[in-house]
Design a protein. Structure first.
Length: 382
């Protein structure tokens, strides 16, 4: 019986669509594993949480999972439930105590005091965040120290696309062929329209608004378009990750110039609301300079809405001809021109949607889980 550990503390952060990024990744991987009863005779998955075991995830009750809060006894000097105590001390201790064969860390870092076999997800965008991003210094320093620690000490590094593998190899000085690639997936049943949805006249953005995703520039591009498209609106979903936050102020200033009620911004929405927005949008805009993969544009494509993305090796690999591309994502003018082209060509949007079905069918959580299970097997036996 192989014992596989997973750092699951990101599942505690929120519920539904609020589980973005790492939390969404871990959620979907575990859900796919829970649907495979044949694994029960071969694996036990030890899931480690920081503060609580989420009660809103029914598949965690599957007997293949052993869920634990990795908390040190209160009589020890480091009982305070901070992230650093959990991640660097309590989690490694629990993994050692449970005699886990290999542990998966989806959060781009390896704990300082981890001594077992490990699989760590590293991406090009985590390198971007600690070298050029706007996160507070303590986060950038943590990512720099412990992502590079992972590159040096992890048993296996995994990333999400072939393009990301090229960059991870370069940024972290790793042999490319030693880096595994496990693309993320899309749940077609969650996003694919069951009926023909009536499109509404708005552009949609979904994702945590890090500066590298250029929501600011996209909003300024929309401002330039607005007088020419008086019935066109913009909807943005995602937490403001600029430092200091700017999105709310920027929207107020733009609406002073173009008129009220043209832009809607919500830090998060329910899964049902998200699906509805994906399906009804005319165009999906996700102009990220650096992304290991980026699920929102794929989810939009699965929902019947063509994405507009930055022209990068990653987006070309994922979308091929099923998206519109922005050649220079850092300028509002370039984004505005790309938006204009996409909005002016409904026939081309339809063609890209047809091509996109093949791309969406390629990126599934089943395929992701298949690859990860092979990595668990390989590294547990190493």
């Amino acid at each position: 019986m192989k014992r596989i550990g997973l750092d699951c503390h990101k599942l505690e952060d929120a519920q539904g669509n609020e589980r973005a990024g790492i939390g969404r990744h871990v959620f979907n991987l575990l859900e796919e594993i829970s649907h495979r009863p044949e694994l029960a005779g071969e694996y036990k998955f030890y899931l480690y949480f920081k503060g609580r075991i989420p009660e809103d995830i029914p598949f965690l009750k599957n007997s293949i999972f052993i869920c634990q809060v990795a908390r040190l006894p209160k009589f020890l000097p480091f009982f305070r439930p901070s992230f650093n105590i959990f991640f660097h001390i309590a989690l490694p201790f629990f993994v050692w105590r449970d005699k886990v064969d290999v542990t998966f860390f989806a959060g781009f870092m390896l704990p300082a005091f981890f001594i077992g076999k490990s699989i760590v997800l590293l991406t090009n965008d985590i390198y971007y965040e600690y070298t050029q991003g706007s996160l507070p210094l303590r986060y950038r320093l943590g990512y720099k120290l412990f992502s590079n620690w992972a590159a040096k000490r992890a048993t296996q590094i995994v990333t999400q696309t072939e393009a990301s593998r090229e960059e991870v190899s370069l940024f972290f000085n790793l042999p490319k062929l030693e880096i595994a690639v496990a693309p993320l997936g899309v749940n077609l049943k969650d996003f694919q329209p069951t009926t023909t949805e009536t499109k509404e006249n708005f552009i949609l953005y979904v994702g945590q608004a890090f500066p590298r995703r250029h929501l600011k520039e996209t909003l300024l591009a929309f401002e330039a378009l607005a007088p020419l498209h008086p019935n066109l609106n913009f909807v943005a979903i995602g937490f403001d990750k600029y430092n200091p936050p700017i999105i709310g102020y920027l929207i107020r200033q733009i609406e002073k110039r173009i008129g009220p009620n043209r832009i809607a911004w919500h830090p998060s929405v329910s899964d049902k609301q998200l699906k509805n927005l994906y399906q009804k949008a005319t165009l999906f805009a996700y102009i990220s300079s650096s992304e290991a993969m980026g699920l929102p544009p794929l989810e939009a494509l699965a929902s019947g809405t063509v994405p507009l993305v930055a022209d990068t090796p990653t987006t070309r690999e994922i979308f091929e001809n099923s998206a519109f591309f922005v050649s220079n994502p850092i300028t509002p003018q370039s984004i505005r021109q790309a938006l204009e082209r996409a909005l002016a060509e409904p026939q081309k949007r339809t063609e890209k949607l047809k091509i996109g079905q093949g791309r969406v069918n390629y990126y599934t959580w089943k395929r992701h889980a298949d690859i990860m299970l092979k990595l668990f097997e390989k590294n547990a036996n190493a």
